[in-house]
Design a protein around this ligand. Structure first.
Ligand SMILES: O=c1[nH]cnc2c1ncn2[C@H]1C[C@H](O)[C@@H](COP(=O)(O)OP(=O)(O)O)O1
Length: 424
């Protein structure tokens, strides 16, 4: 069905490139709605969201402007339609959005002077959440029917180079604009890795074109077994530097409590540390990928709510809790690691709450404690644990945290690393 203007005698329709856009009745604002209904002479009807008023019924001044004065597609919150074919009081020129400063074939972004011939991209009108991010970053309201975005384009100059398939102008599936935008000043993003964006499971492919991964598709390569020395430590002072701006980032957390209560009457556990069994069979820490526009600390706190149901009003991580960051050039992935110290009573409560988490049973198959002691054969206990499979650089993170927090001495760690089942 073609969207058309509901105003009497107006025959405007949504046609790509005609520059006419449509507005719904302001159903959320009673006072304003009354004014619209009166102006539209429909105050005796029940207003519905299917009533559309085209831009021909508004004056220029009804529209918002960017800081540089370019007219936007968004109405001011006081705007009321006032131009009708039988109207005698139309003092100003009607808003004809066909003018070239905003609409095709130019880039929608305010103040962008698209050089001729630069590729233009349509808004992702098929994906509501992705659309919201594009809209927020370009200063466009998402109040409209998504069809309206067909008339608006954004040029190549607003995407980081990592948003494109190799040597092409084809955008990757979850690319988001992040460059040269007045309404966005965060780091340049390559791709938006918000899981819930992956709405059409079957269409999500891995980088090798395999369609069997559902919404894991776009991130599955991060979980591939690392090559020796693939992850290198990056100095704290460099984690925000330009070099890593186009990388994907993830943040995970070392939750621990001091615990010297003897196990089996003999072993001192030193500390209780939480790790988790992941959906892919690896051990890892709670945490995850950083969403577009999110900072590392907010991301790790959010992920801990999703994965272990952490009550972040009681326990949360802040910037000072950073332990270490690693980078894999091959995966274009930066992994940040934080600490969260709690007392034993709280740690037990965190374990209890974990089974109520949103991701429990799907991404997370259980919370575990790391055995830090070594049994009488010098192998079972911590050495065996270190021989399991760990995701990403989580084994290195575990060792870095144990060392930097003085939970085990470097010698104790080395002993465990050297311990070998062949010696028993
Ligand atoms: O605990 C970890 N330590 C270091 N790297 C990790 C850890 N867990 C995962 N990773 C790596 C490898 C993963 O593919 C990416 C993304 O993390 P993940 O937790 O899987 O992210 P989501 O929950 O899917 O957002 O980081």
């Amino acid at each position: 069905m073609v969207l058309s203007c509901s105003v009497q005698k107006c025959e405007n329709k949504l046609i790509k490139g005609n520059g006419i856009i449509f507005h719904r009745l302001p159903l959320h604002d009673k006072e304003l709605l009354k004014k619209w209904l009166k102006a539209l002479k429909i105050d005796n009807c029940t207003p519905t969201k299917h009533y559309n008023v085209c831009s021909e019924h508004f004056i220029e001044d009804d529209y918002k402007r960017s800081p540089t004065g370019v007219k936007l597609a968004d109405l001011l919150c006081s705007a009321v339609p006032s131009i009708f074919s039988d109207s005698s009081n139309a003092k100003q020129k009607p808003c004809s959005l066909t003018n070239k400063e905003c609409y095709e074939p130019v880039c929608f972004v305010p103040s962008c002077k698209t050089p001729k011939g630069l590729p233009l991209y349509n808004f992702p009108f098929g994906d509501k959440r992705l659309l919201d991010i594009w809209a927020e970053r370009t200063g466009l309201s998402t109040m409209y029917d998504t069809e309206l975005y067909l008339t608006i384009t954004i040029c190549k100059n607003h995407f980081h180079e990592n948003c494109f398939h190799d040597n092409s102008i084809q955008l990757k599936p979850y690319a988001i604009p992040s460059v040269n935008l007045i309404d966005y000043s965060g780091p340049p993003d390559s791709c938006c890795l918000i899981k819930s964006l992956h709405s059409d499971e079957n269409s999500v492919m891995t980088s090798t074109g395999d369609r069997t991964w559902g919404w894991l598709g776009s991130t599955e390569e991060f979980g591939r077994p690392p090559e020796p020395n693939e992850f290198i430590v990056i100095p704290k002072s460099e984690i925000h530097c330009e070099k890593y701006a186009g990388s994907n980032h993830a943040a995970h957390c070392f939750i621990y409590a001091e615990n010297n209560e003897r196990v089996f009457d003999i072993y001192n556990p030193r500390a209780s540390i939480l790790m988790q069994l992941r959906y892919d069979g690896y051990f890892g820490f709670p945490g995850g990928l950083i969403d577009a526009g999110e900072d590392f600390v907010s991301a790790v706190n959010r992920e801990m709510v999703e994965e272990i149901n952490l009550n972040t009003t009681i326990h949360s991580v802040n910037h000072d809790d950073h332990i270490i960051s690693h980078w894999s050039e091959k995966k274009n992935l930066v992994l940040h690691f934080y600490k969260l110290k709690v007392n034993m009573t709280d740690l037990i409560e965190i374990e209890r709450q974990a089974s109520l988490a949103r991701d429990y049973g799907t991404e997370v198959l259980g919370t575990i404690r790391v055995p830090l002691y070594t049994l009488g054969d010098h192998y079972r206990g911590f050495p065996v644990f270190l021989n399991h499979n760990f995701i990403g650089c989580s084994r290195d993170q575990l060792i870095a945290a144990l060392t930097s927090l003085n939970i085990l001495t470097p010698e104790e760690i080395q002993l465990a690393l050297n311990a070998n089942s062949r010696n028993i």
